[in-house]
Design a protein around this ligand. Structure first.
Ligand SMILES: [Zn+2]
Length: 204
């Protein structure tokens, strides 16, 4: 079973990354030293997409042979590789992400509201697993093209593998989550200070 990640159960997908392209990476996290993947079924992927707010059809029977889960994991690891290489200052080959982008079939639709006003809505075709995931691929591509990669950071807890986008609200965010990694750091720093004071006390 080595190399196999065990599943993790959350009531609802957690969105700590402040950007969907990072939140998808965060579906793999370290729990008690082990990497766990919260995407275990097609349904998990649908739940995740819905949580972000992207429209998904509930009937997946028509998606064909490649499962949504496998495609989502492949896209996730494509995004992960690109982000890790860009953060390391290396050249990236966007070819694989471009394949996902190439799946896109969408059109604009003019929709009338109750009050008679009209607005535009984009409709995505969802005939293949790749097409269901196009909004994620596009969102990641936009991050690489127009986002500030210096604001894309990994949690400072060395044992944590989660990413986040340090948006305009803070600009000095250090942790994926203050309640877990941030608090762990605070407790460790407090212990260290107390220890130092304790040993200094003994010397004097
Ligand atoms: Zn963390």
């Amino acid at each position: 079973m080595s190399g196999q990640m065990r599943p993790v159960e959350h009531d609802e997908p957690r969105m700590l990354g402040d950007h969907p392209a990072l939140d998808i990476l965060n579906t793999v996290e370290r729990v008690e030293g082990e990497l766990v993947d919260s995407l275990q079924t097609d349904r998990d992927v649908l739940r995740w997409l819905t949580r972000v707010g992207w429209p998904v059809e509930n009937d997946l029977a028509h998606l064909g042979k490649t499962s949504l889960l496998e495609t989502a994991r492949a896209l996730r690891e494509t995004i992960r590789t690109l982000i890790e290489r860009r953060k390391a200052g290396k050249r990236v080959d966007p070819g694989t992400l471009n394949v996902f982008l190439g799946e896109s079939r969408s059109h604009l639709e003019l929709v009338s509201k109750r009050d008679g006003s009209l607005h535009l809505k984009r409709r995505w075709e969802q005939r293949t697993s790749g097409q269901v995931l196009v909004p994620l691929a596009e969102c990641a591509a936009e991050l690489f093209a127009t986002g500030d990669l210096s604001l894309v950071r990994r949690c400072e807890n060395e044992e944590c593998v989660l990413w986040f986008y340090d948006g305009p609200r803070s600009h000095h965010r250090r942790w994926c989550n203050m309640a877990t990694c941030g608090n762990r750091h605070k407790v460790a720093a407090f212990r260290e200070r107390r220890q130092r004071r304790g040993s200094a006390g003994r010397i004097s």
